[in-house]
Write a protein that binds this ligand. Sequence first.
Ligand code: NAP
Length: 308
Amino acid sequence: MGHAARPPGGVAPPPRRRGAPTAAGRTGLLGIIGRPVLGSLSPRMHNAALAHLGIEALYLPFEIREASVRDVLRALPALGFWGLNVTIPYKELVPRWLDELDEEAAALGAVNTIVVRGGRLSGHNTDGRGFLTALRAEGGVDLRGEAVLLVGAGGAARAIAFACARGGAARLVIANRDRDRAESLRRSLRRAAPGTEVLAVGTGEEAFASLAGESQILVNATPLGSRRGDPLPVPAGRIRSSQCVVDIVYRPLRTPLLAAAEAAGARCLNGLGMLLYQGALAFRLWTGREAPLEVMRRALLSAPGVRS
Ligand code: NAP
């Protein structure tokens, strides 16, 4: 068997040529594991970036069962993988089988990016930094000293909540359908980020609407808005022109929440930025090269269901 291209280890592999990889035994391997994963936009985004930079590597989706996750991770070095992304429902499962975790992954107890280097697997989490970078770069928003209301307490919300606290938000309200889950996230944040006032509220509680009205930045980190007929995650009547409204749903990009925010004159940020920047950070970890952001953005925008 021919050997796969050398894992980059911070050094980009030599550019070979533009276009499709030859898959001739020198091709580096990247991918995403999860379930479901076949609709993921990451292969499209990363393959476009690899081809653009002339890096001979291929990024593939692997829809695997939970019982196989450990074996898949063990096999990565022998198969010549450079790394993987990890998505629902395995982000919190994989850390136990990795050799080391970066600070963010350790704080979150969740990994979205694995790097294979020297036969060892390191776990990273680029979701929170992806969110913050998008907020700054695409929305021109610095959340230092601001009051943020975050709807959701699942995996993405957790990463965003830690990022907001570390990014210096003065207050963070975690609002979730299941209030206990919001409360448990509040407790873990209180320890990790004592400088931020953190509150938890159920979205069914009366206080929710007024807390939304008082916040400068509203973030939807639930899937609400991805299906036709979904209710708004935040009551439209509470959105004001002085607020910034962020929806991390990216299919479609213009969700009913963003349409309502636009109508209220608020600043709007869609989910493409977070997806793009978390991917760009992972790309740099794997290849040691700066990600070609505009190539990746175009690849995402051309995916079915994104612009509709
Ligand atoms: P998750 O871990 O399954 O969490 C889902 C969250 O949404 C929970 O807080 C859940 O509340 C809430 N939720 C689900 N259905 C709901 C409903 N019908 N009404 C009210 N709340 C509901 O999922 P996730 O990984 O955090 O992902 C959440 C969304 O963010 C998905 O649409 C995903 O595609 C998107 N996302 C985007 C990016 C990006 O880069 N733009 C990155 C990651 C995720 P309960 O706790 O009450 O069940």
